[in-house]
Each structure stands twice: as structure tokens, then as C-alpha cells.
Write a protein that binds this ligand. Structure first.
Ligand code: GUN
Length: 296
């Protein structure tokens, strides 16, 4: 029997835990945890995502502050805004919503965010720490995928995990996380030859390609855990990378779209914001010292 992985339910239980924690911090330390979101330009999808992030924060008692500089903001002024947020002790997490307009350099801007406030886990220092299995702040979507595997007790150690997609945001970090949990990991991508022959070997199959319905039943190993990270808008509907109806019977576990990984990404962002607060207040010890060097 196939188990449908309920990301909405898991995310709700994580949010309930976070709400208790933000209340405890407010009660015991008289501090409100704060997430700053920078939204440049008028990308409609980004506007929706940012609105959802603001709602999530409100649900759990995290303060969110949205900065919407003009779309023609200079690189210098954007970096100045990031510096101001880095230096503001009442701001604990910073997100630069991507994509940003073409005249701006996203990599330079992301590099400027204080790594201890980097709740997206996109700063090169945090990316490097993840590759060494030493990270405290890690990207939200891959963390959400791992959390789903764990909460549904899907075996990872010794499993063959196949990741389709090699993005910096999902494919590469989720592959690293699976590897650190002792899975045998294969990363496939748009140039992979005989893709289906590889995906159909996966005990765990993570689809993060951005092509709606791309993964069909013939590409899936019977009983596999199929984690669908895709969220393509097709007409008015959100479609995953997996042909859900076709794959359902063959899979052991499967995430729906919507209602699978998406809500988990949002819940992990809130978790990361609490973690960032704790790092800054030294309630947990990160692996970097005050100079950004790895602690001994
Ligand atoms: N744009 C789409 N997804 C994301 C995300 O996870 N973080 C940021 N900063 N921008 C995004």
C-alpha cells in the first residue's frame, strides 16, 4: 500500500513546536524573534512567496519586516541595506528573495548577508560547512525533504538515493544531506544519459528539475520513496515534477503537489530563524568563531 506523505500535517506540527518556542523566548528573555525579508522588483511569484512567509511568521509569533526597495536600486544601496540589517541586533534572520532584477548580482548580495543570519543557508560559508557536514543553517527545501523522510521513518542509511536536478538550492544540498546520512547518492540532470535506467534504481527518488510530470511510473523503482520538489504553475494549478497519478501505485511513499514539500520549506524557514536567533545569542554554539573561522 502506498503512503501519501502529508507535508501539511508535518509542517503544522513543526509550526506548533516553533510557536511554543517563540513564546518561551518572549517570556523568559523578553525578546521577539525577527525575520527581515528583502523583496526587489515585482516578480508575481516572489510576491506570493513573501506574503506566505509573512503569514507563517505571524502564525508562530515571529516578527517579519518586509523591505521593498525600488526595482532600480543600485548594488551599492542594496549592499547598504543588507549591512544595516546585519548590524541591527533586533533582526535575527535575513532573506533576499530571489530572483532579483538583472542589473543586480545575486551572488554578491547573498555573500554580504551575515552567515549567522543566513536563514536560507545560501551564504558560501554555510554552503561550505554543509559540504563538510558541519552546518548549522542549511537550505530550507532540502532540510524539509529530510525531515519528511525522518518523520515517516523511511530508511536512509544504505539506501540508494537518486536526486534528479543539480541546483544550488535543492539538488546539490539534498544530495549532500543524504550522503551525510549514509545513503549511496546518484545525482542526475538534464544531460544524464538513460536517465530512467538510473532513477528506477532509487530507493529514494528526489525530483527537483522543474518540469511538470517529468517523472513517470516506468522511471520509478517499486516501493520507492518519491519526494517531489517541483512546483510549476500549469494554468491555475501547481504541478510537481512527478506524474502523481501514474506513479502513486508503484511508489512506497509519495509526496503530493501541493501539500508535500512546499509547506515543509516554509516551516523550516521558521525553524532556521529560531536557530539564527540562538546562534546570535550564543544559546547554541555554531561552528564558526567571531572571525568567521571554524571553531577547533
Ligand atoms: N526564491 C524561490 N525560492 C526561494 C528561496 O527559498 N529563498 C529565496 N531567498 N528566494 C527564493
Amino acid at each position: 500500500m502506498t503512503i501519501k506523505i502529508d507535508g501539511v500535517k508535518v509542517a503544522a506540527s513543526i509550526k506548533a513546536e516553533i510557536k511554543e518556542e517563540t513564546y518561551r523566548i518572549w517570556r523568559d528573555r523578553a525578546e521577539k524573534i525577527c525575520l527581515a525579508v528583502i523583496l526587489v522588483g515585482d516578480n508575481p511569484a516572489s510576491q506570493v512567496y513573501v506574503r506566505l512567509k509573512e503569514k507563517d511568521c505571524a502564525d508562530v509569533g515571529i516578527v517579519s519586516i518586509k523591505h521593498t526597495p525600488p526595482p532600480d536600486i543600485s548594488m551599492e544601496d542594496l549592499l547598504g541595506l543588507i549591512d544595516d540589517l546585519n548590524n541591527d541586533p533586533s533582526v535575527h534572520g535575513i532573506i533576499l528573495q530571489l530572483p532579483i532584477p538583472g542589473h543586480l548580482d545575486a551572488n554578491i548580495a547573498l555573500d554580504r548577508i551575515n552567515p549567522d543570519k543566513d536563514v536560507d543557508g545560501f551564504h558560501p560559508l554555510n554552503v561550505g560547512l554543509l559540504s563538510q557536514n558541519l552546518a548549522t543553517l542549511m537550505p530550507c527545501t532540502p532540510t524539509g525533504c529530510m525531515e519528511l523522510l525522518d518523520r515517516y521513518k523511511i530508511p536512509i542509511e544504505g539506501a540508494h538515493a537518486v536526486v534528479v536536478g543539480r541546483s544550488n538550492i535543492v539538488g546539490k544540498p539534498v544530495a549532500a544531506m543524504l550522503l551525510h546520512r549514509n545513503a549511496t547518492v546518484t545525482i542526475c540532470h538534464s544531460r544524464t544519459a538513460d536517465l530512467g535506467a538510473i532513477t528506477s534504481k532509487g530507493d529514494i527518488l528526489v525530483a527537483a528539475i522543474g518540469k511538470p510530470g517529468f517523472v513517470t511510473a516506468d522511471m520509478v523503482k517499486p516501493g520507492a520513496a518519491v519526494i517531489d520538489v517541483g512546483t510549476s504553475r500549469v494554468g491555475t494549478r501547481l504541478k510537481g515534477d512527478v506524474d502523481y497519478d501514474g506513479v502513486y501505485e508503484k511508489a512506497g511513499w509519495i509526496t503530493p503537489v501541493p501539500g508535500g514539500v512546499g509547506p515543509m520549506t516554509r516551516a523550516v524557514l521558521l525553524q532556521n530563524t529560531i536557530t539564527a536567533y540562538k546562534l546570535q545569542r550564543k544559546l547554541i554554539v555554531g561552528l564558526l568563531d567571531e572571525h568567521g573561522r571554524k571553531r577547533k
